[in-house]
Write a new protein. Structure first.
Length: 360
């Protein structure tokens, strides 16, 4: 072999060796294999507590993966063109990568999620936490996995309260004849019909116009929505009755998730859990004593702009009513047929699991 051929051959061998070594060293989940952007579906805008939590998730995921996973939140259901009930289907298909989503919006695909929407069933944060950590919460996650979703962590939109422009709502009879804007979930519609109200499903833009025109009297939403939408512009009365709750779930397309290397999975999971804890504290701040305020201050160095939502609403001229145990029982008794109907729909086994969780 001539010197020129020997040099060319040696160079070729070294080049091939370097290529083989590179393949061996670079793990399957190297940056080159990641997307430049992972799309995150978010139903609300960035100023809502839910939206702030989604931004926190994206920031933490970027930080914990050293910039390898870049999540971009798409607020206002922009990826779905407002069709928020299709979130679970689109993530399962891989059209959207991940979501920071309400149990209300996944319930058409994950009916088990409706266990959180049974009227006057959960009632307080302690019971909610027990369910999320217990058998009933696990049943929701298992159902998600069966349809191609990878649940990562719980977050929260909060217990839903009712506001209106007519009168304080302190007993079931107070709702009779009131036209109340509700989300499109049939369980919500059944509950208000059972109480003698006229529930109507419409988007928020139309609802605001209807409030101003006086054709719709009230609505139901958590505090984390009531403050940003400035509900006091339309309604004078608010009733804190915790009639049902709206947990959020952070989840990913399962096929894509399983392709991530373990270190990336671990980092994203940690980001989801941490952002969920942060976002839950935002939603509960001022409603659970100092507990959530202290979590935000001590763990996240975060100060709430509205640390006491009730006092804030009152400062805007609203009359805020809190129902006592006997008053809540009156509403629970009045809606018992709805609870019975939906226990059969969801399955007594799931509802029994929820009751067992809360009894712990």
């Amino acid at each position: 072999m001539s010197n020129i051929k020997r040099c060319l051959f040696t160079g070729f061998v070294f080049t091939m060796a370097a290529m083989v070594l590179t393949v061996l060293i670079i793990p399957a989940g190297h940056t080159a294999d990641f997307k430049k952007e992972y799309k995150l579906q978010v139903n609300v805008g960035p100023a809502f507590y839910w939206g702030i939590g989604a931004t926190k998730f994206a920031d933490l995921a970027r930080e914990k993966t050293n910039g390898q996973i870049n999540i971009k939140p798409y607020f206002g259901s922009a990826l779905l063109k407002g069709a928020q009930l299709k979130s679970a289907q689109m993530v399962a298909k891989g059209v959207i990568d991940c979501a920071y989503e309400s149990t209300i919006n996944i319930s058409p695909v994950i009916p088990e999620a409706n266990v959180f929407h049974l009227p006057f069933f959960i009632n307080n944060f302690e019971n909610l936490d027990k369910m999320k950590a217990g058998q009933s919460g696990q049943a929701v996650f298992m159902s998600m996995e069966k349809v191609g979703l990878q649940p990562l962590a719980w977050a929260e939109n909060g217990f839903r309260q009712v506001t209106n422009s007519k009168r304080p709502i302190e007993k079931p009879e107070d709702l009779k004849g009131l036209r109340i804007r509700v989300v499109g979930n049939p369980m919500f519609m059944d509950t208000f019909r059972q109480l003698g109200a006229d529930p109507v499903n419409m988007n928020w833009g139309d609802a605001q116009t209807a409030f101003q025109q006086g054709v719709v009297d009230g609505q139901e939403n958590p505090v984390g929505v009531l403050i940003p939408v400035q509900i006091y512009q339309y309604h004078q009365y608010a009733t804190f009755w915790n009639y049902l709750v709206d947990p959020l779930v952070i989840y990913w397309n399962q096929k894509q998730w399983k392709a991530f290397p373990p270190d990336i999975q671990k980092a994203i999971q940690e980001a989801a859990l941490e952002s969920g804890r942060f976002e839950i504290a935002l939603c509960r701040a001022g409603l659970d004593g100092d507990k959530s305020i202290n979590i935000l201050k001590n763990e996240f160095n975060y100060t709430m702009e509205v640390p006491d939502p009730v006092k804030f609403m009152e400062s805007k001229g609203m009359t805020v009513s809190f129902l006592n145990e006997a008053q809540v029982k009156a509403f629970a008794d009045a809606t018992a047929p709805v609870l019975e109907k939906w226990t059969k729909e969801l399955g007594a086994d799931l509802v029994d699991k929820a009751r067992a969780d809360m009894a712990q």
